[in-house]
Design a protein around this ligand. Structure first.
Ligand code: ADP
Ligand code: ZN
Ligand code: ZN
Length: 696
């Protein structure tokens, strides 16, 4: 007697192999069990997906036998497999790709024996410590939010200002759950765990270090395996992680928190392009776990989904919990707009802003200056012949980094020493155009060279961005310096805008946010608004400190468009007004959340080849069921058309019906695989589908 075991394995992307591969086994295997199976010349890790008894059939005779079953480990549960299957279907990827990506990489390398040994060594983990009582008394808003959370099913959108105490609400919700149900587990997701070590510390402090494990890409493989095993066995009551944690195996999952739910980093931008936030909501429903999405500036999708009933509109599926007030007497910072049209030409920092920063330095307070562009200058140019620092491999300029005198392409990584003279005409006078954080840091240093701190010492200016934090531990030590008050003016990219609980910052300035106002990307204003609100949220977080200083927390914005409605809403900290305006525009234009989108992208050596593939794909979709409900737009080059000598093109699909769009995508997938083998598909290097894309 034998069994046919269908196994999800990691197959090469878009290979002709199906979703699962079949193997034979002389003994039954529990679905969800981890197995090792032969694939080509190798033996690989897989997940047993379906198990069929084959009494007769010669079919199984031709199947290769499975290798070992990793039976020291409990099989992955039905709910987990459903989540993986849903994600694969919805995002148009193979089951094996999602399943294997969801497992810790080290599992792939361990034999059954090694794994068993490993699990034994780990022991039972010991009883998790109790919950420490919260040191704070809840505000009225927090109390109200928590009681509705306990009373209703959700999913919930916790709409709370920066500093309104959302994290305390998460902590209490988790605490109540753990106390009520001895086995229950909670999943808490944050956009970038490296930027929020404070959150980890707060959870460990409240629940004990043993109860909390982390899961994110900054961990070593052994650390990730240990965390994953603790979650899978139930020993870890709380899993704190980035988007990948949405796939953590948690047999007793009862609560999912998605903090800063609007953050773009919840959307994976390569490989399987899933939205961890959306999967969290799906997973919560499947597993009967309550879901809280939290933000001061929710995504327009979640905002719309949590609208109250009105007239004929039954309202959205989510329950909206609002916490508009900051904890304590802390007011949100005053927003000041500087009209750059009224400044002398070439002004980088207006006199009024410099004055405001100078006053803060003199009082020993901190300021944060925010510019979303790293490097010294985005372009190096020759005024004589018009040469510019283009990347030879991309349709983009290489950025000038003064610190090591390089020109670096931020798209393909191509790096060269800055030429001594213009490569075009030999002119020795090639000059940086525009500015990035490095140049801003230098500029501020010059401007404040003569200013003294209260103790008479020189001003200290620091910069935090992807360049300054490349070395392991650099970010932590730079943040620590800010917290310790060793920095007077902090310059940085959006890295410093998010989440940090800086206590002594009383001024935040955005130097040049205008680019996003008129971007071709319809989500750009939404992202800008949330980034500016987040940045503003860094100022005046400690009400007691601000009032003791006799200071006012301020957010400065330098703009050429002070009349723009986005800034008007920002001045009033009025996210609802901003959201309403944007949603009206989106509704009128039939864009998300009133429509659903997907992109088909093709990469090739030439734009013609990429577009020809998309054209053929478009034609192939004509006959698909549901096609009449889906608008297909013509192929266009990507905004950055060429990267690393690869030409990129995409076409957009849009529908008012998510189901119709899904139907078309499902029918399209096999046709696309076939197309790849036709003359139109020959020169295509890769193609991919992006469902609910973030930028188009
Ligand atoms: P958010 O996550 O909304 O930005 P936090 O939860 O980080 O806000 O709260 C901001 C600050 O206020 C933190 O230092 C936190 O410890 C404190 N805090 C939160 N809730 C309370 C409360 N009820 N009483 C006193 N302090 C609180
Ligand atoms: Zn020149
Ligand atoms: Zn390049």
């Amino acid at each position: 007697m034998s069994w046919q075991i269908n196994v999800a394995v990691q197959t090469p992307a878009h290979s002709a192999l199906g979703d699962v591969l079949s193997y034979s086994s002389g003994a039954p295997v529990t679905p969800g069990a981890l197995v090792r199976v032969p694939l080509g010349r190798r033996e690989v890790l897989g997940v047993a997906w379906e198990v069929n008894r084959e009494d007769t059939g010669p079919a199984t005779l031709e199947l290769k036998p499975i290798g070992a079953v990793l039976d020291a480990l409990a099989p992955l549960g039905d709910a987990w497999r459903d989540l993986v299957a849903f994600a694969a279907r919805y995002y148009q990827r193979s089951l094996g790709e999602i399943a294997l990506a969801a497992l810790p990489p080290q599992l792939r390398d361990l034999s059954a024996v090694q794994l068993a040994r490993r699990l034994k060594r780990k022991g039972s983990g010991g009883a998790p410590g109790g919950v420490s009582p919260s040191p704070v008394t809840l505000s009225a808003e927090q109390t109200e939010a928590l009681s509705r959370f306990e009373a209703e099913a959700g999913p919930f959108l916790l709409f709370g200002s920066t500093g309104s105490g959302k994290t305390e609400v998460y902590l209490r919700a988790v605490a109540a759950l753990l106390e009520r149900e001895p086995q229950a587990q909670a999943l808490v997701m944050v956009p970038e765990i490296n930027l929020t070590p404070q959150l980890e510390a707060r959870f460990k402090e409240r629940f004990g270090a043993d109860s909390v494990v982390s899961l994110h890409s900054g961990m070593t493989n052994p650390q990730r395996l240990a965390s994953w095993l603790a979650a899978h066995s139930g020993a870890a009551r709380i899993v704190l992680g980035t988007r990948m944690a949405v796939f953590a195996s948690m047999p007793s999952l009862r609560l999912i928190v998605v903090d800063e739910e609007h953050d773009p980093s919840y959307k994976q931008q390569e490989g399987a392009r899933y939205s961890a936030r959306d999967l969290a909501v799906w997973r919560g429903r499947r597993e009967n776990a309550k879901v809280i999405l939290g933000s001061a500036t929710p995504s327009l999708e979640s905002w719309h989904q949590s609208r109250p009933a009105a007239g004929d509109d039954p309202g959205g599926r989510y329950v909206r919990l609002s916490m508009p007030l900051r904890i304590g007497t802390g007011a949100l910072p005053r927003v000041r707009l500087v009209d750059m049209n009224l400044q002398p030409p070439k002004t980088v920092l207006s006199a009024a802003l410099l004055d405001a920063i100078g006053q803060r330095i003199a009082r020993g307070e901190q300021s944060m200056v925010f510019l979303n562009r790293r490097g010294y200058a985005p372009v190096l140019a020759c005024a004589d012949c018009g040469w510019k620092s283009e990347c030879p491999h991309c349709s983009a300029y290489r950025v000038f980094h003064k610190i090591d005198r390089t020109l670096r392409c931020h798209h393909c990584g191509f790096t060269e020493r800055v030429p001594r003279a213009c490569p075009g005409c030999g002119n020795l006078d090639i000059a940086p155009v525009g500015r990035g954080t490095e140049r801003l840091e230098e500029h501020l240093g010059e401007l404040f060279a003569a200013v003294r701190r209260p103790d008479g010492s020189a001003v200290r200016i620091a910069r935090i961005d992807a360049d300054s934090t490349r070395k392991q531990g650099a970010l932590e030590s730079q943040l620590a310096a800010v917290h310790a008050g060793e920095v007077d003016v902090l310059v940085g990219t959006q890295m410093i805008a998010k989440g940090h609980d800086f206590r002594r910052i009383t001024l935040v300035a955005a130097i040049n946010p205008d680019g996003a106002l008129f971007s071709g990307d319809f989500r750009a204003p939404e992202r800008l608004f949330s980034l500016l609100m987040q940045s503003a949220g860094r100022a005046g977080r400690d009400a007691a400190y601000v009032s003791a200083q006799g200071a006012t927390a301020e957010m400065w914005i330098q703009t050429h468009h002070p009349q723009h409605p986005l800034f008007a809403a920002l001045k009033r900290h009025d996210y609802p007004a901003f959201a309403q305006g944007e949603l009206e525009d989106r509704a009128a234009a039939g864009m998300p959340p009133f429509a659903f989108q997907a992109l088909l992208r093709a990469d090739a050596r030439t734009q013609e080849v990429a577009q020809a593939f998309l054209g053929a794909a478009n034609a192939a979709a004509d006959a698909l069921p549901g096609a009449e409900q889906v608008t297909r737009y013509p192929a266009v080059p990507l905004a950055i058309q060429r990267v690393a000598n690869v030409e990129r093109a995409q076409m957009l699909l849009e529908s008012a019906s998510r189901a119709a769009l899904q139907r078309v995508l499902a029918g399209w997938q096999p046709l696309l695989h076939e197309l790849r083998r036709t003359p139109e598909g020959k020169g295509v290097i890769r193609w991919l589908v992006d469902v609910d894309p973030h930028s188009i």
